[in-house]
Design a protein around this ligand. Structure first.
Ligand code: ZN
Length: 211
């Protein structure tokens, strides 16, 4: 990855912040910004006009954020968040918002993840489940792989009796282009351990998530 100044990776504070009082020469990632500049020309824009002046920098920062999962591992996220616990009851976290980019068009797909697991002496901080989803969502993805990666990562980290992951997503590459189907959503699931082997366990999970 190209050399960068120590600018924060977080998205800009506001959509219309023009940063006029900021140093206009500020560079975040010269190479990346040059590519975005070329894209703007390619689509017929004038990259020197007021509203687009800082767009290459913003796009570079936004894409770095949206793909920041490559720099993260599940171990980073779950370390210090695993606790010993004897309970064996199913834990379900549903409606975890996620945003990802499809690897075919680099256009967003987004929706909700529902995650369940059956503990095996280990439980995980609930917010960490959402962070594990982000580790894989913030990469170029296909929904099927995102689903199985989250399931396998949690299965490995928790050494659980079972893990279930269901993702419901809308794909802007289908909504804005191609078949232009705005209302369709795609559902994928990955069942591991007892969620795979036991119809009853799977049905219990499905009823928890309202399916
Ligand atoms: Zn796509």
């Amino acid at each position: 990855m190209a050399l960068k100044q120590n600018l924060p990776l977080d998205p800009d504070p506001g959509h219309y912040v023009a940063s006029l009082d900021e140093d206009d020469d500020l560079v975040y990632d010269a190479e990346f910004e040059k590519l975005v500049h070329q894209m703007l020309v390619r689509v017929g824009e004038d990259p020197t006009r007021e509203g687009l002046k800082r767009t290459p920098l913003r796009v570079a920062k936004a894409l770095d954020f949206l793909t920041s999962g490559y720099a993260l591992s599940v171990e980073d996220v779950v370390s210090n968040a695993l606790f010993h616990e004897d309970g064996k009851e199913m834990v379900v976290v549903r409606d975890i918002e996620f945003y990802s980019l499809c690897e075919h068009h680099m256009l967003p797909f987004f929706g909700h993840a529902h995650v369940g697991y059956l503990p095996n002496k280990k439980v995980i901080g609930l917010s960490k489940i959402a962070r594990v989803v982000d580790v894989f969502a913030r990469r170029l993805q296909v929904q099927e792989r995102l689903t199985t990666q989250v399931a396998d990562a949690l299965m490995g980290a928790l050494d659980a009796h079972g893990v279930a992951v269901v993702l419901e997503a809308s794909h802007t590459c289908m909504m804005m282009r191609g078949v232009q189907k705005q209302k369709s959503s795609t559902i994928t699931s990955a069942m591991r351990g007892s969620f795979e082997s036991s119809t009853r366990t799977r049905a219990e999970f499905m009823s928890f998530i309202g399916r």
